[in-house]
Design a protein. Structure first.
Length: 260
C-alpha cells in the first residue's frame, strides 16, 4: 500500500515525541511533546473537499491539554478503552491521566507521581488489561508498577544489574495478546530483550543491531517483534524461538515502528 497524506494536527508548541492510539477508540489520539505537555485529539477527518486546500486540512482538533510535567514529555501511552493515558518525562516522573477530566490521577489524590527513576523516563507502556505499567529510562532500569503508582519490581541499574540493559532503556512494549505474558525492551546497548511478565525474568537477548535501539513493537498475536534504531535497519524477530527472521534497510535512523 502507498501512504497518502490526508491532513495535519496542530497544537503543540514544541517537537512531538510520541503518538498513541487504540483500535477501540479510533477517533482519539494522544500525543506528547517537548513543550512539556500532552494533547488529547478528537479526529474530525476533515478532507480537502471541506477546505479546498490539501495543505490546510486539519484532520482533528485538540480536545484536552494535559499539563503537569516539569520537563520534556518523552513518551505516552493510551489504554485500549481510551479512558486513561500514561506519560513519561525528563523530569524523572510518570503520570497517569484520567482523560474524562484531564487530571493526573495521583495529583488529584495528593500522591507521588510514580517516583522511582533517578534519571529521565524515556518510555512507558500499559498492559492490555490496564492493570500494569512498565517504564524505562536513562537510569538503565525497567520498572513494573501498579496503577496506584507503587513500584513492584526493578531490573537493571546499579542495584539490579543482572540481565538488565547496560545503557539507556529507550522503548518497552507489552505483548498485545494476553495469552502470552511477555514484554519487550530495547536500549542504547544495542540489544532487544524479551521478558517473562509473570516473573520479570529474561527470556531472550536479541542481538544484531549495530547502533542503539530506538523502538520495538510486538505483533497482535505476539509471535513477532520488530525493532529499529540508529543503524537504520528494521529487524523482524521470532518471539517464540528468539530468532532473527530478516532485516529491512530504511536508509536512515528509525524512530518508530508498529504492526498493522
Amino acid at each position: 500500500r502507498d501512504m497518502v497524506y490526508v491532513g495535519k494536527l496542530e497544537g503543540h508548541g514544541g517537537a512531538v515525541t510520541s503518538i498513541a492510539a487504540s483500535a477501540e477508540v479510533p477517533d482519539t489520539l494522544v500525543s506528547s511533546s517537548r513543550d512539556k505537555g500532552l494533547i488529547v485529539w478528537k479526529l474530525t477527518r476533515e478532507t480537502a473537499s471541506d477546505t479546498g486546500d490539501i495543505n490546510n486540512v486539519h484532520y482533528g482538533v485538540p480536545q484536552k491539554f494535559l499539563h503537569g510535567h516539569g520537563h520534556f514529555v518523552s513518551d505516552c501511552a493510551l489504554s485500549s478503552d481510551g479512558d486513561f493515558a500514561l506519560s513519561g518525562s525528563w523530569d524523572g516522573t510518570v503520570r497517569l491521566w484520567d482523560l474524562s477530566t484531564g487530571e493526573s490521577l495521583l495529583t488529584r489524590e495528593r500522591k507521588s507521581h510514580f517516583k522511582g527513576h533517578n534519571k529521565d523516563v524515556l518510555t512507558v507502556a500499559f498492559s492490555p488489561d490496564h492493570r500494569q505499567i512498565i517504564t524505562g529510562g536513562r537510569d538503565h532500569t525497567l520498572r513494573l508498577w501498579n496503577t496506584l503508582g507503587q513500584c513492584k519490581y526493578v531490573v537493571g541499574g546499579e542495584s539490579q544489574k543482572e540481565d538488565g540493559h547496560t545503557d539507556w532503556v529507550s522503548c518497552v512494549r507489552f505483548s498485545p495478546n494476553p495469552e502470552y505474558q511477555l514484554f519487550v525492551s530495547g536500549g542504547w546497548d544495542k540489544v532487544v530483550k524479551v521478558w517473562d511478565l509473570t516473573n520479570f525474568k529474561l527470556v531472550y537477548n536479541l542481538v544484531g543491531h549495530t547502533g542503539y535501539v530506538s523502538t520495538v513493537t510486538v505483533s497482535p498475536d505476539a509471535s513477532l517483534c520488530a525493532s529499529g534504531g540508529k543503524d537504520g535497519v528494521a529487524m523482524l524477530w521470532d518471539l517464540k524461538e528468539g530468532k532473527h527472521l530478516y532485516s529491512i534497510e530504511a536508509g536512515a535512523p528509525i524512530n518508530s515502528l508498529c504492526f498493522s
